[in-house]
Design a protein around this ligand. Structure first.
Ligand SMILES: [Zn+2]
Length: 178
């Protein structure tokens, strides 16, 4: 028998190394966003619920192959539009979008991080530059609102007061379909 022990350690090491990201079945990246999702069904549902209006849909590339491609293409289009609506074009902009099955999952993640119980269907974490969203509750307005927060956060060197932040996110949400 030739040294089984190092193999065990190697496997353990790999498990530890890969284990950290293992709850995410998928992670893909576009110009503006990296999406993370637990499985293909969640990604599929997000894609179905995130419907672009006709005007935004014109900008859609015709050569999208996978569902992840389509989702990323939509997010890039919405992010471009929100930047135009807000007239804010940050030099470097990139966010993560974490797709969670429903609002209970969003509440759970929020509670783990901030220790508070909330009933958000989505929120943007300023420190992590990450949108957490309930796929169940996803639509163009919800995503545009959170993207609004993210664009504002990237743009200002000094963080605007909370109410002003919120006002700008609401403005983005309202005018994304203009
Ligand atoms: Zn908000």
């Amino acid at each position: 028998m030739n040294k089984p022990l190092p193999i065990v350690f190697l496997l353990l090491f790999c498990w530890l190394l890969c284990g950290v990201g293992s709850i995410w079945a998928g992670q893909q990246k576009s110009r503006y966003a990296t999406i993370l999702y637990p499985n293909g069904e969640v990604l599929q549902e997000f894609n179905e619920n995130l419907r672009l209006n006709r005007k935004l849909n014109y900008a859609m590339r015709k050569n999208v192959v996978t569902v992840a491609d389509e989702v990323l293409a939509k997010l890039d289009i919405i992010i471009d539009k929100v930047q135009i609506v807000l007239d804010m074009f940050p030099d470097y902009y990139h966010i993560r979008v974490v797709l969670l099955p429903d609002d209970d999952d969003v509440a759970r993640v929020y509670k783990e991080k901030y220790g508070k119980r909330v009933s958000h269907i989505a929120y943007y974490s300023l420190s992590e530059k990450t949108i957490y969203v309930s796929v169940d509750d996803t639509n163009l307005r919800v995503i545009s609102h959170e993207i609004g927060h993210s664009v504002v956060a990237h743009y200002f060197k000094v963080r605007p007061p909370y109410n002003i932040h919120e006002l700008m996110a609401q403005f983005a949400e309202k005018h994304v379909t203009d």
